[in-house]
Design a protein around this ligand. Sequence first.
Ligand SMILES: [Zn+2]
Length: 539
Amino acid sequence: MKKIHNTLSPLIVSVLLLSLLSCTVLKKPSDITRKKPYDLIIKNGFIIDGTGNPWFKGDVCIKDNKIARIGLIHENLAEKVIDAQNLFVCPGFIDIHTHCDRRIVQVPSADNYIYQGVTTVIGGNCGGHPFPLKELYEKIREKRASVNFGCLVGHNTIRQEVMDFKMSDPTEEEMETMKALVDEEMKAGALGFSTGLSYLPGIYSKTEEIVQLASVVARYGGIYASHIRDQGLYITEAIEEAIKIGEKNKIPVQISHIKLADDAVWYQLERIIKPVEEARKRGVEVTLDQYPYTATSSGFTSSFPSWAFEGGKENFLRRLKDKDTYEKIKSYVIKRRLTSTKGINKPETIYISRYRKFPEYEGKSLQEILLSQGNKPTVDHAADLIIDIERNGGASGVFFQMDERDVEDLMRLSYTMHGSDGGVQVLGRGFPHPRNYGTFPRVIAHYVRERKIISLEEAVRKMTSLPAQTLRLRERGMLRKGMYADITIFDWNTFGDKATFSNPHQYSQGLMYVIINGEVVIENGIYTGIFPGKILYGH
Ligand SMILES: [Zn+2]
């Protein structure tokens, strides 16, 4: 890195000199008097305001990071004009469900998000966030980021910090320490609290523990977001648990990446709708987020029984050496990951996305790997392979386990919004789930334009004002005078995702402009290299 800086420094110096010169030129008194009232006007667009209302024709004026006026405005009134003739102009997309906290400091351009039209990302989901949040925010303030960033406090992070991988209830003292840490993170500006109840070590916790921790969040007006305990046969009970945690503390409940993830419950939407709508009738604010694909993605660790990791990874490796324990673990892996009630050949539906020890397996299915090793692709061998992967330090995978009909039916619910469940990517590295690059454009291209599942205005509402309302981001998510100027402009005929499971590292097409806090981040489809994102603090 040093070398690059050294070779660039003459260039930087000359750029600085040039900009100093141009500043002096611009600051002649006559120019100051002629300064125009707006910094930027977006002319002639079809405006979708984010509320779900149908589009209307108009111009949007921006001044000092905010929307100053919407109407029919003469272009002479702005320093810069974007002609949005035949383009849709809508609020920047808000991704309520990401894991961007993990890499936003290393890759502050967050290219895979801005190229989807996303202007705000929320990290800290599924129970994990970088502790302490104060330090993460300091780093982001120092490095800056292209997008706005907000974060939740992760239960797993807090529990591990205090109790490590202990498979028991917290003692009174441990509970007090955890509460104090949640309080510290909320004070640092977290927007709420998240759990990952099928991940370690959150899986060891009981409902009451989370009810108590969420009571801290309630004092700060935060939300509760839950990766629930089960997304298959026990999904109703899992949703009811999340609702109970929110209801007891009188805080909103966001059910993360909603899905029927087991073919035994496909097409049984009432398992989700019934508990959610009953709670909403009682006055509990329950909402859902969803990514528009039929495959999930997570670490292979989630294929194992929680007791196998009690006390940490070394204990897991020790347990594998005992023959009986190995068989017990294996039968759980088969039941959890490799069994189908609909006769689906599971080893064919599970792919490796990132595997540090054997990167040559990335992008391949368990079936392909077994065949390449000269093994029959049976369920039995696939289970051994999954255990092997975990023994070798683990890997992340892509699991095809949903049905298209359920994805579409869940999308139709008015309280479902879109969220990628992705993270900041390094272009070309590994085989990540295409949701990282394609979630928002895919909804518009595939589910609005081709399948006509919801209207364009409804899709935009689910990407903008609905997540903003859920997160209490009162100055974003709509095109209104006084709101922050986060704006996404796209071409209706071509906007769409290009990322696929076999070729995921592809940006979308048809995205023309992205404006974040009044600054143009994407211009004519190309990233301008600036970092106008702000940290979004809780109340
Ligand atoms: Zn999750």
